[in-house]
Design a protein around this ligand. Structure first.
Ligand SMILES: [Zn+2]
Length: 86
């Protein structure tokens, strides 16, 4: 069982747009890294497209590999307030 399954429901693109999260895509074959905007992806794939299903749908634009690692990056107000206190 994965972490997503343990929580009951995997995050979908609509959740990331609402949470202002970002997506970091990494190709495991050629190490290409790309940052993707969830809102742009949601318009293409649908707001109910789950993050785990992205792994199956994306492919590397450099080498064409389907071994893609998808990571969600949260950068909310909490990060900014901690920086202000430092
Ligand atoms: Zn690649």
């Amino acid at each position: 069982m994965t972490d997503d399954e343990a929580k009951g429901r995997p995050a979908v693109l609509g959740d990331l747009v609402r949470d202002r999260a970002g997506l970091a895509i990494a190709c495991e074959a050629c190490s290409r890294h790309v940052a993707l905007d969830p809102a742009t992806l949601a318009k293409r794939l649908g707001y109910d497209c789950s993050v785990p299903s992205l792994r199956a749908r994306l492919l590397c634009s450099r080498c064409g590999s389907r071994s893609i690692d998808v990571q969600v990056r949260y950068a909310g107000p909490g990060v900014i307030s901690r920086a202000d206190q430092a």
